[in-house]
Write a protein that binds this ligand. Sequence first.
Ligand SMILES: NC(=O)c1ccc[n+]([C@@H]2O[C@H](COP(=O)([O-])OP(=O)(O)OC[C@H]3O[C@@H](n4cnc5c(N)ncnc54)[C@H](OP(=O)(O)O)[C@@H]3O)[C@@H](O)[C@H]2O)c1
Length: 243
Amino acid sequence: MAIKTALITGTSRPAGLGFAVARGLAAHGYHVILTARDQAAAEPLAARLRQDGHTATALRLDLSDRASMDEAAGYLAETFGHLDVLVNNASAMPDFQILDALDADMDAVRMAMEVSVIGPWALTQALLPLLKAAPAARIVNVSSLSAQQIATGLDLGAPLRSPAYSMAKYALNALTGVLARALSGTSILVNTVDPGNTATHPDRGDDAGDRAAADSARDIVQAATLGADGPTGQLFSNNRPAA
Ligand SMILES: NC(=O)c1ccc[n+]([C@@H]2O[C@H](COP(=O)([O-])OP(=O)(O)OC[C@H]3O[C@@H](n4cnc5c(N)ncnc54)[C@H](OP(=O)(O)O)[C@@H]3O)[C@@H](O)[C@H]2O)c1
């Protein structure tokens, strides 16, 4: 039987959701490919999984560098010949402190769009032959429902926070639909998961998050392992379909 493979972006931090997802998929028997802008950051995390009896590889992958995506695709083609799961987990929040869209720095907007929208889109293109070579590949975009509510103005009662991040995540949610539509008629399912407020940055104090990374990762693993009758183009929040 072919080895099941899963690539996760943005797996550079032990406390990050990417590592928790990698651990969850490894426990489901996947060979996990942990990727980071700096491969040296992902190496010790892959080593930890191997120490725990899983199979894991670290790779360099920068979502603003198409050549790094093509290199990753080349490695996967040579080593496995297919990719079963792509988790677009990486994210940039360059305007964490910005509370007003009119104060947004356009370089920050460009950067957020690059990491959350253009990068995952280009990466899907680069990996498509490998995803199509798998029996039933799954793509999961890790995003945010509250960012969408902020970006659409539906949540007018809440303070507008991180407009670049919110716009980028809203666009990522739309990308899920666009890709699901483009891939309808194939066995590939594409969905978004909002992990909820998760404790991935214990260093940030008041933004520590109220969900454990392992719990949020479970929702992502579930979307990554959906059966053939699973949905596509769906946004899941709290493990339930959201509007
Ligand atoms: N934590 C929450 O409460 C929460 C809530 C809603 C949604 N989410 C989403 O869940 C996901 C994971 O959350 P998290 O808190 O674990 O995220 P995070 O650590 O803040 O970001 C994930 C990773 O993205 C990487 N990254 C940044 N720019 C990149 C680039 N150009 N190419 C490749 N990787 C890049 C970072 O790596 P570097 O070390 O290289 O910078 C980082 O390890 C994110 O998509 C986030 O938006 C989180």
